[in-house]
Design a protein around this ligand. Sequence first.
Ligand code: HEM
Length: 468
Amino acid sequence: MGAMAVAMSLGLVLLGGFLCRLLEDYILQRRSKKLPPGRMGWPYIGETLQLYSGKPNSFFASKQKRYGDVFKTHILGCPCVMIASPEAARFVLVTQAHLFKPTFPASKQRMIGPQALFFHEGPYHAKLRKLVVSSFTPESIRGMVSDIEDLVLATLDTWEGKKINTFAEMKKFAFKVGLMKIFGREASIDIADLNQAYLNLEKGYNSMPVNVPGTKFNTSMKARQHLSKMIEKVIQERRVRAKERPELPNLLQTLLDHEDETGRLSHEQVVDNIIGIIFASRDTTASVLTWLIKFLRSRSTLLESVTVEQEGIQLKKPDSDRKLTWEDMKCMRLTTRVIHETLRVATVLSFTFREAVEDVEYKGYVIPKGWKVLPLFRNIHHNPEFFPDPHTFDPSRFEVPPKPNTFMPFGNGVHSCPGSELAKLEMLIFIHHLTTKYRWDLDESKTGIEYSPFQVPQEGLPITVERK
Ligand code: HEM
């Protein structure tokens, strides 16, 4: 009886979904507007099963092959339009960005904090973004070279003679760099405690936002409270010694000092943005660093050339001062191209989400109000028209700049990544010391890919590391 009732309810739900779909299509046709080509799959479920039953990247690639650069589908309960051409990505992210608002699952917004800049648009986003960008410009991060170098050396020291999980190690490293820029050098933070709070926070990443004891989301929300208290403690310390500023300019101070006609930022605004930026900076940078180490080790000639470039930088330095400088980064031309090629091939953020705020017309198609729009960075980065032989790792392709809007590892437009220069700086310094002082071997039995949710090599890329 119970099973029958469930089956009937399910049937009604599916029928309801089907009728809604028909109604939606009818209304659009009446308005003589054409939806992009593509399949919407089953009511509610859409094509979510097809997306997750195989590799997400193959799903998007095969759709583009079949339907072209703009196509519709239905995933994770939402009707979506996928866009896979540079022009369409520019339309959504840059020129008509005001017609597409950022959109995230409710669980993620509550986990990170609703005042974080990613979730906003308009004047609040612009104000926050200006403050964040100002803390991560090349001028603001050039003073970090020596601190990052110390962190790289300390990290590599712990790897010597061991088998390590590269992604896990890189997460710790990127976390520490992020904290240094966000809180300054002198903040008294218990990094292990903060790290644990983040691990707990992440547990609710894709969970239902049900905050009752025992759920992953509840663990996440408790971790959030703990993080908020830790940040509050640092803020209190800052207030006590307001005049005695840490030498390294830092984001927290920038946020606390800001005042405009609307007053100062609220405590919630400061905390949500700090939590959000730590979140945005860690796994992205760590997964690219992990791919970089894999790609280099799998190409011995390239690794040799990068090592020669890095040794050349060391050779020019006097014995009395072998420390890296900001100017050295400009001499790492091949290494920079290898980083760009890694960003392209790995495209750790395969796509992003927006939502149409009104019916939008693009090339004769309508993107209905409320539909999600996904610029597919990976499809663009792997299109042979822009990157010939796209699956081959070839840093020399970056000897000439890519065509406009074809290379967007850090996004584009008003929400593009403010941390791109810091991420690249971390990578250059890491590769400098890794290649000049260490050799490492991959575990050849682990060649797969995992999604966590960023794309990373299987089991986080176990490697064994020896000093040269
Ligand atoms: C290799 C490492 C990184 C990659 C690949 C990456 C990628 C991206 C991408 C693609 C976006 C745009 C998302 C969208 O348009 O929806 C973005 C936004 C963002 N990233 Fe990064 N990111 C990296 C490192 C960092 C770092 C180190 C920081 C620290 C400041 C950071 C902070 C942010 C923030 C705050 C945003 C949102 C900006 C806004 O909404 O205005 N990211 N990132």
